[in-house]
Ligand binder design. Structure first.
Ligand SMILES: NC(=O)c1ccc[n+]([C@@H]2O[C@H](COP(=O)([O-])OP(=O)(O)OC[C@H]3O[C@@H](n4cnc5c(N)ncnc54)[C@H](O)[C@@H]3O)[C@@H](O)[C@H]2O)c1
Length: 408
């Protein structure tokens, strides 16, 4: 069959297997080229990536494996294809990751299912032991990346399904955004969250599950005493705070910081450490649906590209490993560069004063006539399509393909 993108309201409901494969291979090549030769012994040996199939998690897994030569276990929740319908992008990404890892002699295992469940934690423990054995390593996980973005979570304790929402707190929100396909302005608005909305969002996107993962690994005796673990957050410019940082998602991210402090009580005595890393705003499956993001990111990308400081997921994460997490060859976690709150910052270039000022000026002055030339709507659209395997360099989109992805 031939697959074309189907997009509605900034959501793409299908994916292209060959494009996903090519995009993963481009990232593998970048991590190998940029880091592979220089990373030496620094870096993880056995990494667990929770949310490994797309966005920041996929880049984290690729960097651990192809940049640092680590064995990896990845967890994600993706829909497999049928003979007549493509699967979700992450399904193909995992397939290609494992294929390339095997070719490079790197042990890897990808598990598909609900990371929030106790059953998946049990499966992961087993997979980590098997992967360590295949790599000739002792079963001691020394890096855990927590990179889930999910609309729902069933709490394994009470069996209740919680739903996360993107809403402001206290007052309603209304902001300009754009339809990336037409380049037309639209208004995104959201009513204030209820107490229940806040509670649900913290249950889904907060730190409780991260703590449960660390506990499960510790109890199974497979958490290396010097293990490092990182969860990702976003802060962004002040004008986005009403809908993000000071909204429901921001509350969940505060809870992630609370969990980080709790996890450090377990890890610090053995020489390990937990961090929150503040990452740059990028186009992923999760971020495209956040109001304001398509407009802000289109302006931000234009400015960052003009200033030569633009990065995508893989560039961000390579910099996270090389210049932050493993910058110190002596492996002292206290030497990882952090801000006054103890957070790793790889949003530093996005938040630079000159970048923020130029982005704000552009957002103020744009009209529908100038948006295509003065903002990077094309770049946003391209990145969005690439996330789903479309618009990837070197892929023949007129070729017939098998949605099962067996020939990738
Ligand atoms: N995209 C951004 O601009 C941005 C910026 C800063 C921080 N972050 C943070 O990075 C993290 C990852 O976000 P992303 O944008 O890369 O998202 P993404 O949608 O690309 O990836 C989410 C991952 O979570 C997995 N997942 C979702 N529900 C799951 C479940 N129940 N069980 C197992 N796996 C599940 C998906 O399969 C996928 O691998 C989030 O915490 C997000 O807040 C994102």
């Amino acid at each position: 069959m031939i697959i074309q993108p189907i997009i509605r309201n900034n959501i793409c409901i299908n994916s292209h297997p060959a494009g996903c494969a090519a995009s993963v291979r481009h990232q593998i090549e970048y991590a190998g080229k940029t880091l592979g030769a220089n990373q030496g012994g620094a870096g993880p040996k056995l990494a667990l990536i929770i949310g490994c199939s797309t966005g920041y998690g996929l880049a984290s897994r690729i960097t651990a494996a192809f940049g640092c030569h680590a064995a990896t276990v990845g967890i994600s929740f993706e829909k497999p294809p049928t003979k007549t319908r493509a699967g979700t992008p992450g399904y193909y990404n995992n397939l290609v990751f494992d294929k390339e890892a095997a070719k490079a002699g790197l042990a890897s295992k990808s598990l598909n299912g609900d990371a929030y469940s106790d059953a998946m934690k049990g499966e992961a423990v087993k997979a980590i032991k098997e992967t360590a054995a295949a790599a000739g390593l002792s079963p001691q996980v020394d890096l855990i990346i927590y990179s889930l973005a999910s609309p729902v979570r069933t709490d394994p304790k009470d069996g209740v399904m919680y739903r996360s929402v993107i809403k402001p707190i206290g007052e309603s929100f209304s902001g300009k955004t754009i339809d990336m396909m037409s380049g037309k302005f639209t208004t995104a608005s959201a009513e204030p969250a209820s107490e229940e909305d806040i509670y649900h969002t913290v249950k889904v996107m907060g730190g409780e599950d991260w703590e449960l993962w660390i506990k499960a690994l510790d109890e199974a005796g497979i958490l290396a005493p010097s293990a490092r673990t990182v969860a990702y957050t976003y802060i962004g410019p002040k004008f986005s705070w009403a809908i993000y940082k000071n909204g429901t998602i921001g509350r969940a991210k505060e809870d992630l910081e609370r969990a980080c402090r709790e996890i450090n009580k377990t890890l610090t005595p053995g020489g390990g450490r937990a961090w929150i890393s503040v990452n740059k705003a990028l186009v992923t499956r999760a971020s495209a649906v956040i109001p304001i993001i398509p407009f802000y990111v289109s302006c931000l990308f234009k400015v960052m590209k003009e200033k030569g400081v633009h990065e995508g997921c893989i560039e961000q994460i390579v910099r996270l490993y090389r210049d932050r997490l493993y910058a110190d060859a002596g492996s002292d976690p206290a030497k990882v560069p952090v801000d006054s709150e103890g957070r790793i910052r790889i949003d530093d270039w996005e938040m630079r004063e000159d970048v923020q000022q130029a982005t704000a000026e552009r957002m103020d002055s744009l009209t529908e006539e100038t948006i295509m030339s003065d903002a990077d709507v094309g770049g946003f659209r391209h990145d969005f399509l690439v996330v789903h395997g479309f618009d990837v360099e070197g892929v023949n989109y007129d070729a017939e393909l098998n949605p099962l992805g067996l020939d990738l």
